[in-house]
Design a protein around this ligand. Structure first.
Ligand code: URA
Length: 232
């Protein structure tokens, strides 16, 4: 693939802008400036530098973000900035979108990708990849509440009771809830249905993919091909 075209596919602007970046000496390969936009490069495993930042070539982009509170997952946010504002311009430019949504006040693991098929697969009601949430509750969490969450609770507009795959106490007022689906405000509605209230909500895991301790709130990282099977 020609270098300028490769930059274009990675979100660095129009073809003309990308050629301009190369001609201006802002692109390096292996530490050395290259100034030929037509240079043929092998995209597979290719790493390049634009204005001092290293980028791996990604045919499709998949990243995880540690979403802070105060950001909306919507593309057209109404009251708060969009999570997209936490991503660098090339990722925004190549059309990454959140995979499902977290509420504005929910924190933690959010996936974003430009792979439409992956979004469809991960958000399809038939794809039951477990999602793990840490809930801070207003009232002490009782064993009875946990049992009701596991057995299934009635939610408005849901024809059948909705059950958690797992519900474990994590402190006097804290619990960990594992859900197979991602219905609208599902955690908050389930907690309310058992007579408690969700005061803070954090998603720590999707499938076998863990947010981990290393990614600070507001930061993102690539999810490599070797990690994708963790999403089921
Ligand atoms: N359930 C909720 O209620 N809110 C979220 O953000 C995610 C799951």
């Amino acid at each position: 693939m020609q270098l300028a075209h490769l930059l274009f596919t990675q979100g660095f602007g129009t073809r003309r802008v990308c050629a301009g970046l190369v001609e201006a000496g802002l692109v390096r390969i292996g530490g050395a400036v290259v100034d030929d936009p037509g240079l043929e490069v092998d995209a597979d495993g290719f790493v390049f530098e634009v204005e001092g930042v290293l980028w791996p070539y990604q045919a499709s982009a998949l990243v995880m973000l540690n979403k802070p509170a105060g950001y909306e997952c919507s593309q057209k946010p109404r009251h708060h900035p969009s999570v997209m504002s936490l991503l660098p311009p090339p990722l925004r430019q190549r059309g990454l979108q959140p995979v499902g949504r977290l509420d504005e006040d929910t924190t933690g693991l959010l996936l974003l990708t430009d792979d439409g098929k992956l979004i469809h697969r991960l958000t399809s009601p038939r794809h039951h990849v477990p999602k793990v949430y840490q809930v801070q509750a207003r009232h002490p969490v009782s064993e009875e509440q946990l049992e009701r969450l596991r057995a299934g609770v009635a939610l408005e507009d849901e024809p059948r009771p909705v059950a958690a795959l797992a519900a474990e106490r994590r402190g006097e007022n804290a619990l960990e809830l594992t859900l197979a689906e991602g219905k609208y405000h599902q955690v908050k509605r389930m907690i309310a249905a058992v007579g408690n209230r969700c005061e803070a909500l954090h998603r720590s895991r999707i499938g076998a993919l863990e947010l981990g301790e290393d990614l600070a709130p507001g930061r993102w990282r690539w999810i490599g091909a070797e990690e994708r099977p963790a999403l089921g």
